[in-house]
Design a protein around this ligand. Structure first.
Ligand code: ZN
Ligand code: ZN
Length: 386
């Protein structure tokens, strides 16, 4: 994705650091910040893997998942280590790929593939077959930018997912940063405005994406939602003027996927890679838009007779369940059951809800930022069945 724009002033990319430190909640889970879905110069991004890792380190996040188009490059799957005086900080880099059929017209059906440890792009023409191969390899598959409006003003087509008959996937990319950017580009002037006002872009997952997720969940299957940056660090130029739009470090402080893990990361790459991927696989994660305010510390837990359960967990109970929701700061917050709001709080930091009905429960929170209401936190569900 290359945009050629007239650029005359330095964009405002200044963002507060969200340096991550592990936090624990009531079930002694550890929280880490992951940014996933991005492209290096091996496909249509502009940064090296080293530059991506450096940007993650600067942004203060814990892990990045690089997904170049139809290309699996195993050698960068490792820890990147930085020293600050006597301190050492690590950035975990997991390499997956974004697989799609390049011969398909129009282009659709991009799939984020993780943890297969082998190239599977050759199966791209048949999404069902590709998903079978991923399942056989015990990998993870997330349907990318499931709703992706076209932006003809800048020559970008619609890359939505369309083959909904498939089933063997881990989940969906509910919120994709660049799809949202595309949706705002009615003209080239809009492109210039938003390229230089990147903090005004993100508003939340598209309503159609949330509706589709609720429909998928209503079929009775677990569907893990993640947020993706789709970072490319695009180059824009006009004559001798050159700028990088949406640098990696900007994305890494914006739409992240926060994971909850039962054990802390150890510093051993193989162990920690598995911890991160397992959290994603189980849906022990929420999407946090960290630019308006850090989302670290968000909790959505179910207190049952059997103990405390967290997002992504499935509960079978004959008894009632008490949900406890805790936000990092007071905000508009909704608890939904089967896609319908059952409780709302506008001003509180914490609230509880006694659930007596089975269903798929999830949380959405919104925050005021840059003059409008914007999506802030989207949790994975807690699933209650009888
Ligand atoms: Zn894509
Ligand atoms: Zn992508």
């Amino acid at each position: 994705m290359i945009l050629l724009l007239g650029l005359f002033k330095q964009p405002d990319y200044t963002v507060p650091s969200i340096v991550s430190s592990t936090t624990t909640n009531l079930r002694n889970m550890h929280e880490y910040i992951v940014n996933l879905h991005m492209h290096s110069l091996f496909s249509d991004g502009t940064g090296t893997h080293a530059e991506i890792a450096q940007a993650a380190y600067q942004a203060g996040i814990d892990a990045v998942i690089v997904t170049d188009h139809n290309l699996f490059i195993e050698e960068f799957d490792r820890y990147w280590i930085y020293t600050e005086g006597a301190n050492t900080r690590r950035v975990l880099m997991i390499v997956g790929e974004e697989v799609h059929n390049q011969a398909r017209e129009p282009q659709k059906n991009h799939l984020l593939v993780l943890d297969t440890e082998r190239e599977l792009a050759q199966f791209a023409p048949d999404p069902a077959r590709l998903l079978e191969q991923i399942a056989e390899a015990d990998g993870l598959a997330f349907l990318a930018h499931i709703v992706d409006p076209p932006a003809p003003a800048v020559g970008e087509g619609d890359l939505s997912w369309v083959n909904w008959e498939v089933s063997e996937y881990t989940g969906i990319e509910l919120w994709n940063s660049m799809s949202e950017f595309k949706s705002l580009l009615k003209t080239k002037l809009h492109a210039i405005f938003y390229a230089f006002s990147p903090k005004r872009v993100a508003r939340g997952p598209f309503p159609e994406s949330l509706k589709k997720w609720d429909e998928l969940l209503a079929t009775g299957r677990k569907v893990v939602a993640v947020g993706g940056s789709d970072a490319h660090a695009m180059h824009a130029s006009l004559g001798p003027l050159k700028r990088v739009l949406f640098p990696y470090a900007f994305h890494f402080q914006a739409i992240n996927t926060h994971i909850l893990t039962p054990k802390p990361l150890t510093g051993n790459f193989a162990t920690d890679r598995k911890i991160v991927l397992d959290a994603l696989r189980q849906g022990h994660c929420f999407i946090g838009y960290d630019l308006p305010a850090p989302t670290r510390g968000f909790h959505f837990q179910a207190h049952t007779k059997e103990g405390i359960r967290i997002i992504g967990d499935e509960i079978t109970t004959q008894h009632g369940v008490t949900f406890q929701i805790s936000l990092p700061q007071p905000a508009e917050c909704h608890l939904l059951r089967n896609g319908r709001v059952v409780k709302t709080s506008h001003t509180r930091k914490t609230f509880v809800y006694n659930a007596t009905e089975p269903g798929v429960y999830r949380v959405e929170a919104y925050i005021q930022y840059k003059g409008r209401r914007r999506g802030w936190i989207f949790s994975n569900p807690i699933y209650i069945s009888r």
